[in-house]
Write a protein that binds this ligand. Structure first.
Ligand code: CIR
Length: 262
């Protein structure tokens, strides 16, 4: 991806297969352990969809000591200028960054890192052609955001801070970039006015979990099971591909969490 490309044009992605320990992954509400077999099928469908959309996918092996390691998005921010290694706010996830670091260093010439004491997770960061939006959440705090702001300033990018609604894990749990000026968002997030100036497509009532989608080149990947939102995206002209997400959803994970895209 070059500096001048629209922000949904990508050539590569990094994913990590879930391991047996995924049944111990973090979750806000326990709705039962995920079924690893079904999760692996969904994960394979997800990787295949990325490849079909033009991605060269680096598939990493499971990391049993880290049950949430399949949610690679939280470990790094990948921008055209370089990558930033994150500093997760969930203590059980902190060690995932050291596992991802060599992969990122092998793919990016410029790699910076959040050193702390603040914390920040990739799920709280949405970058658009005009700015980088960062949600302050239970995982991402003011100190982590300040550190990222300084790094982005070196790259000539501005950062705008958003407050994530109570009870929502990450900023991108509730929004995704559909193209340079269009955002898919839940009503509970958009009502704050944080997307004023963008075109906003709202998830259908009761379909808030559809908001965590990804635009990868000419396709929007979204979790299966949200027919009204899928239909409104199709009506708006997007090519939508639905991927099973029932097992990752038990761990509060969705489409964006499962990959780093650049
Ligand atoms: C966690 O609580 O950290 C994982 N169970 C889910 C992480 C989802 N990641 C994301 O939204 N970027």
């Amino acid at each position: 991806m070059t500096r001048t490309d629209p922000s949904w044009q990508f050539t590569r992605a990094i994913t990590r297969r879930p391991g047996e320990s995924v049944t111990h992954g973090l979750r806000a509400v326990d709705t039962g352990a995920p079924d690893l077999g079904l999760m692996l099928k969904h994960h394979a469908d997800y990787v295949a969809a990325l490849r079909a959309a033009g991605a060269e996918v680096v598939e990493l092996p499971p990391l049993e000591p880290f049950p949430d390691a399949l949610f690679v998005e939280d470990t790094a921010l990948c921008l055209p200028e370089g990558a930033v290694l994150m500093r997760p706010g969930a203590p059980s996830r902190a060690g995932e960054v050291a596992e991802m670091a060599p992969v990122i260093r092998g793919l990016f010439a410029e790699v910076r890192e959040i050193r702390g004491p603040g914390t920040i997770e990739g799920g709280d960061i949405l970058f658009t052609p005009r700015e980088v939006l960062v949600g302050q959440s239970a995982r991402t705090n003011a100190a982590g955001i300040a550190e990222l702001r300084a790094i982005l300033a070196d790259w000539g990018r501005s950062l705008r801070e958003i407050r994530v609604p109570d009870g929502v894990l990450h900023f991108k749990t509730d929004c995704s970039l559909l193209d340079g000026q269009t955002i898919l968002a839940t009503g509970r997030l958009a009502q704050s006015g944080c997307f004023d100036g963008y075109r906003v497509i709202l998830t259908a009532p009761g379909e808030e979990a559809a908001a965590n989608a990804i635009r990868y080149n000419d396709v929007v990947l979204m979790a299966a099971g949200f027919p009204e939102t899928a239909e409104s995206l199709r009506k708006a002209g997007y090519r939508v591909q639905e991927i099973g997400n029932s097992e990752c959803a038990k761990l509060d994970g969705g489409m964006s969490c499962l990959s780093l895209r650049f």
